[in-house]
Design a protein around this ligand. Structure first.
Ligand SMILES: [Fe+2]
Length: 360
């Protein structure tokens, strides 16, 4: 019996998205002006990001458009593209703060790694992706199809690469349907938990690896978590159960399905674009890229991981990764090793502003 997602919009193909461009949202001049003004009014270089509250930023005419884009990613097809952020009007630090401000309105930002940072600079910092502690966002490598570590990921583009850096997104629900139709025994295998590495970023109360299935169901909705790099890394960690041949085959076939042209949406993010993905129903990747020689033109995206207020229940098997699975709870992220009082106070105030509960 194939579990089909309760929301049929998540089971999209490339042709379906091209037929209904209702996942693409564009800001007009007024919305753009309002955002630029909001950032300039609120910006105080003496503040850290954690010092800002959502009430500090009036998004003006852009507010409803941004809210619709986030709703489409979360409750619609799992993907949204928002175009026309005021890139030309803002300097890098202002654009970074704009990303943060949008996040303050959309959910509680989640930490993203060992340094417990809540807003990532996605650029080539020379990281080796295929190492025990490797992360893709700080490398220029081609990435495996994967899910990020929170309910939603939002990526704003400040600079595109000189070449490459194409963004690819596939519906994990559609991919599952193809796998289940073609190789039902392999689809079944992906419901069994496999070890995922924490890439040496674990918090003091976390283990170096944890078990998570690649697919599971909660409240009639199919959820996916997949990251070959982390599953491969975990195989070298002490105590992690080895993968069997059938599991490896299931992962290989899944990865091949994800890259089928009729399922894999490819796009280049342009400066001023924001891509929003629901990690439970989409998988994403990007191609290798080459930077412009001038430092000021190097590829630069800002990345937020968010726990939105109106989230649904996650599968019980997601608990190790998300630390909580209950609806409307602040969950997900990579807590990392620098969690401190300022970060905890930020999470508490954001949760309060959004009517959310903190994970106990
Ligand atoms: Fe990612």
């Amino acid at each position: 019996m194939t579990p089909i997602d309760a929301n049929p919009r998540t089971a999209w193909t490339v042709a379906a998205l091209r037929d209904r461009p209702d996942w693409i949202f564009a800001l007009d001049d007024r919305g753009r002006r309002d955002l630029a003004a909001a950032v300039r009014r609120a910006r105080d270089p003496a503040k850290t990001p954690f010092d800002y509250r959502r009430a500090d930023f009036d998004l003006g005419a852009a507010g409803p458009v941004i809210a619709r884009a986030f709703a489409e990613a979360q409750h619609g097809g799992g993907i949204a593209l928002l175009r026309g952020l005021p890139r030309a009007e803002l300097e890098e630090a202002e654009f970074e703060l704009l990303t943060w401000a949008i996040g303050l309105h959309a959910g509680v930002a989640r930490p993203q790694g060992k340094a417990s940072h809540y807003l990532s600079r996605v650029s080539d910092a020379g990281t080796v992706y295929r190492s025990a502690g490797g992360r893709g966002y700080s490398s220029n490598a081609e990435l495996d199809f994967h899910t990020d570590g929170a309910d939603l990921v939002a990526l704003t583009c400040f600079n595109a690469a000189q070449s490459g850096g194409m963004s690819m997104v596939t519906s994990s629900v559609t991919a599952y349907q193809h796998l289940a139709a073609e190789r039902p025994e392999l689809a079944e295998v992906l419901h069994h938990a496999v070890p995922f590495s924490r890439q040496a970023e674990q918090a003091p109360d976390e283990t170096p690896w944890y078990l998570n299935p690649i697919y599971d169901v909660a409240e009639g909705r199919l959820h996916s978590r997949w990251n070959r790099n982390r599953v491969t890394s975990a195989q070298r960690l002490e105590g992690a159960p080895p993968l069997n041949a059938l599991q490896r085959e299931a992962m290989d076939v899944l990865d091949a399905i994800l890259r089928r042209p009729e399922l894999m949406l490819s796009m280049y993010l342009e400066p001023g674009d924001m891509q929003i993905l629901n990690n439970h129903v989409t998988l994403h990747s990007r191609t290798e890229f080459e930077d412009h020689p001038e430092p000021s033109r190097r590829r630069l995206l800002f990345r937020l991981w968010l726990a939105p207020p109106d989230s649904g229940r996650l599968p019980e098997s997601w608990r190790a990764a998300y630390r909580a699975i209950e609806p409307g709870v602040v969950r997900g992220g990579i807590v990392g090793q620098q969690q401190d009082a300022a970060r905890r106070a930020f999470e508490a105030s954001q949760a309060q502003d959004l009517g959310m509960r903190l994970a106990s």
